[in-house]
Design a protein around this ligand. Structure first.
Ligand SMILES: *Cc1c(COP(=O)(O)O)cnc(C)c1O
Length: 442
């Protein structure tokens, strides 16, 4: 299918940059005023709080199947870091205002990426459903550590859990499903990194490799799972459970800022920058931040210049039915976590009224930001994660971003901005791959 993007460019000039694969800011033209957002949404804060309550119920079980979470009583959470040294480095070469923070989901236990939030949640919810149906659990007040017994494993071993992934979602689902005793099958696209496949096999999941992109791997995985009544498919582009699991992070982030004594309000806004693939975890994060912080939150997604699927899906209204290849862009990027040529249904429908804008980033800069972060703060994260720095670095320089700031009177309070970059993955990257990444110049 060929899409004529030119017809949208007259109204949205930033799309010309997207078409030409030049880094840009793209303001979301469909954003509505804060007080109208929730009229457009099927889900809201109540649903996020319900997901949070589920996770609290699962916590004793999580602590039991993943002993690395025992010290936090089965709550899977990451640190909030202030990046003073990275900020200094940015200020040397760029205009910058406000304060720079990073949410370290790269260190989340079990999966080493943001996918630990939604992925573990959805597998546990599915296990809970089966346990309630079969009587293993008498009610939601029952002892959930029963799901970690030999009897439970025998029960779950009759079922399959499958997922399509470029890597990290597969790790999260595969590890959790296998730990509970499910037969775990992960359908992986050609951009999936070898170390991620090896890790999954070691954890007891089956990896099916495809020599196609994520769209096709996802479709094939879904079809295979749907044909089997005892198989459950975790669907990255359609799952509300995943989405709400990701959104719970906002409740936790709010507490973390409160604990630091940092005020966030309309005049001291938080700008959130999430690297995006299909818009599942990134969209869920943005959704949660808007629901929890209201008009104090400004949410931005970042995609590679070679895979700007979310603006394309939103502009055309075609969401998951359109691919960057339809406008002549190859969808190939070193950022495996962002290599999703078609966006999820959520990123279009749920993000439309609330997304403030998108940045696109050159692959080469992902590695530059990786080096900057490493030399200044000593952290290494996945190249995909580094996309988030494009936000604060370009916000005060990109002409479309400057216009956005002015139009929304944000330029007047720019010194009060809390910039929250989201480190989406990293702690499981093998040391030799980190070293290779630090030496990669594109
Ligand atoms: C999943 C992931 C993202 C965001 O992707 P979505 O498809 O929007 O959920 C970004 N970075 C990393 C490392 C990821 O694993």
């Amino acid at each position: 299918m060929k899409i004529d993007i030119d017809k949208y460019i007259a109204q949205q000039p930033a799309l010309a940059n997207i078409k030409e694969q030049k880094p840009t800011f793209w303001p979301n033209p469909d954003r509505v005023p804060e007080n109208e957002i929730w009229d457009h949404e099927e889900f809201g804060l109540k649903d996020i709080e319900a997901a949070e309550a589920d996770l609290e119920r699962y916590a004793p079980l999580i602590a039991k199947i993943f002993p690395e979470t025992a010290s936090t009583d089965g709550i899977i959470e990451s640190k909030l870091e202030k990046l003073d040294k990275m900020q200094e480095l940015i200020e040397k070469n760029h205009e910058f205002h406000g304060e720079l923070f990073m949410k370290m989901d790269s260190d989340l236990p079990v999966a080493g990426s943001i996918k630990a939030r939604g992925g573990i949640y959805e597998v546990l919810k599915h296990a809970e459903d089966i346990a309630l149906e079969t009587g293993l659990l008498k009610s939601k007040e029952d002892d959930y550590t029963k799901l970690a017994t030999k009897e439970a494993k025998e029960l779950f071993s009759q079922y399959k859990v499958q997922v399509g992934s470029t890597g990290n979602l597969g790790i999260s689902i595969g590890i959790t499903a296998a730990a509970l005793g499910f037969e775990a099958i992960v359908h992986m696209s050609y951009d999936a990194k070898e170390w991620k496949k090896e890790l999954l096999r070691k954890k007891g999941a089956e990896v099916k490799e495809y020599d196609t992109n994520f769209n096709i791997a996802l479709k094939k995985g879904r079809a295979e799972s749907d044909a089997d009544p005892k198989s459950y498919f975790v669907d990255d582009v359609k799952s509300t459970t995943l989405f709400l699991g990701y959104a719970t992070s906002a409740i936790r982030v709010k507490k973390q800022f409160e604990n630091r004594g940092i005020t966030i309000d309309k005049d001291h806004p938080i700008f959130v920058y999430s690297p995006a693939g299909v818009g599942g975890s990134s969209g869920g994060t943005a959704f949660g931040m808007k629901a929890v912080f209201g008009e104090a939150a400004h949410v931005f997604l970042i995609q590679p210049t070679h895979c700007p699927s979310i603006p394309l899906g939103m502009v055309t209204g075609m969401n998951n039915d359109v691919s960057v290849q339809d406008i002549g862009i190859d969808g190939k990027t070193e950022a495996d976590g962002l290599a999703c040529p078609s966006p999820s249904v959520f990123s279009g429908d749920y993000m439309k009224p609330m997304l403030d804008g998108m940045f696109t980033v050159d692959d080469a800069d992902l590695f530059n930001y990786l080096r900057d972060l490493h030399s200044s703060e000593g952290f290494t994260i996945e190249p995909s994660s580094c996309a988030s720095f494009e936000g604060p670095i370009k916000l005060f320089e990109d002409p479309f971003a400057k216009e956005y700031m002015k139009e929304n009177n944000l330029d007047k309070i720019q010194d009060n901005i809390i910039h929250l970059t989201w480190a989406t993955g990293g702690s499981m990257v093998p040391e030799e791959i980190n070293e290779q990444n630090l030496k990669t110049f594109l």
